[in-house]
Ligand binder design. Structure first.
Ligand SMILES: [Zn+2]
Length: 270
């Protein structure tokens, strides 16, 4: 689809990658420049406290294109003391105007297996939900069961409900279809990662999910649809969009446009 930019030139950029990790890539700025030729915007997500400053710097260089979600992946919860997490939350408050979401945050029982550590990750998750509510920001949720313990996604949904979280994006959702439907009924968005290109289960989810509740993401540099290497890049959402277009009998541009509108609504991107 052709649209006009501020200089009134015709351009062909459409679609938003709502979950990528630019700070985990080599030459992040050149990746951003290439993505700007192909997409409308990207949301770069932090999993680790140490990546927050770099993500905010990228936003200050590309304020109309790079949006930032700041969080703490459950995998890293044990690395930080309560004091360190408090000062991280202060940084997020100070940076409020440059932050479009809190995440990724959530529960992961494949990384965190001991019950006392799972309890600690729940505490931090609840703190982060509180911060999102205080700052009126949506949440980017990471939630993964382990093969042995299939309750992380259930616990995540229960905590979100109990804490009254309203604006929620379920990143790379991997629960059951019943759990997905529960999330959709609560008004959450389901974010489809490029793993869709390789996973029949995720294609089934795409079939069952209304396009009005869908977002596109890469989780790049991970989940490359073309290889097992860390070569995924934001513009590869186009490959998922193509597949979803076939599943939903729409054009690829329609899928990119509708999911872009959904992303703008939840992340309040103009
Ligand atoms: Zn991620």
């Amino acid at each position: 689809m052709a649209i006009k930019n501020k200089e009134n030139k015709m351009i062909f950029m459409i679609g938003i990658d709502v979950h990528c990790h630019i700070t985990h890539m080599e030459n992040p700025e050149s990746v951003v420049r290439e993505a700007m030729q192909k997409l409308s915007a990207i949301v770069t997500v932090t999993a680790e406290i140490s990546h927050a400053e770099q993500a905010l710097e990228l936003r200050s260089k590309f304020p109309d294109f790079v949006f930032v979600s700041l969080g703490l992946h459950p995998e890293y919860c044990m690395k930080y003391s309560g004091k360190e997490i408090d000062s991280y939350m202060k940084l997020i408050r100070r940076s409020r105007k440059d932050v479009c979401a809190i995440g990724e945050v959530g529960l992961d029982y494949s990384w965190i297996t001991k019950s006392d550590e799972q309890e600690r990750s729940k505490e931090i998750f609840i703190q982060m939900i509180g911060l999102a509510k205080e700052l009126k920001l949506p949440l980017e949720i990471h939630s993964r069961n382990s093969d042995r313990q299939k309750t992380a996604i259930h616990d995540t949904l229960k905590i979100l409900t109990d804490e009254g979280a309203k604006d929620v994006v379920m990143h790379c959702f991997s629960g059951s279809e019943e759990e997905m439907n529960y999330a959709i009924e609560n008004g959450y968005y389901i974010s489809f990662a490029t793993i869709l290109c390789r996973s029949k289960k995720h294609q089934q989810f795409a079939k069952a999910c209304d396009i009005g509740s869908m977002l596109l993401e890469t989780d790049s540099p991970w989940l490359d649809p073309d290889s097992r290497e860390l070569k995924n890049r934001p513009w590869k959402i186009r490959q998922s969009a193509q597949l979803i277009a076939e599943i939903k009998q729409l054009s690829m541009d329609e899928v990119l446009r509708i999911t872009e509108e959904n992303a703008k609504r939840i992340f309040r991107i103009d």
